[in-house]
Ligand binder design. Structure first.
Ligand SMILES: [Cu+2]
Length: 142
């Protein structure tokens, strides 16, 4: 009896939780391959249900979504300074993330969920020039 229960429970949980769900790590760094004040990687393409973990590899950084630069109706997030934060996007689309203290220095990154492309006007809004440059570079490789 217990065995049947255990098996059906297993079947239920495996159908509920996507087995392909992955955890992705993004490091917040003072210096990386793309220069100073960077998220690594700067572009992350993930599947719905995946989780992104922002690691405070070096001090002075946070990670948060940028208002107006996430899919319509999607939930954003805001991590605290010097702390690790997890984010599981709830909608397909393109999410822009910044480090608040270093936004003007271009510390931004892109999370693309699913088959998403950025909307035309994505970086047309008021984005600091260095942030815009990195957004455009990341989006070019999407
Ligand atoms: Cu920073």
């Amino acid at each position: 009896m217990f065995r049947i229960f255990a098996l059906s429970f297993l079947a239920l949980t495996t159908t509920m939780a996507p087995v392909w769900a992955e955890d992705h790590v993004v490091n917040m760094l003072n210096r990386g391959d793309d220069g100073i004040m960077v998220f690594e990687p700067g572009l992350l393409v993930i599947e719905p249900g995946d989780t992104v973990r922002f690691v405070a590899a070096e001090r002075g950084h946070n990670a948060e979504t940028i208002d107006g630069m996430i899919p319509e109706g999607a939930a954003g997030f805001a991590g605290r300074l010097n702390e690790e934060v997890m984010f599981s996007p709830d909608k397909e689309g393109v999410y822009a993330v910044k480090c608040k203290p270093h936004y003007a220095m271009g510390m931004v990154m892109i999370i693309a969920v699913g088959e998403a492309q950025a909307p035309e006007e994505f970086v047309a809004r008021r984005v600091p020039p260095r942030a815009r440059k990195r957004f455009e570079a990341y989006l070019d490789t999407l």
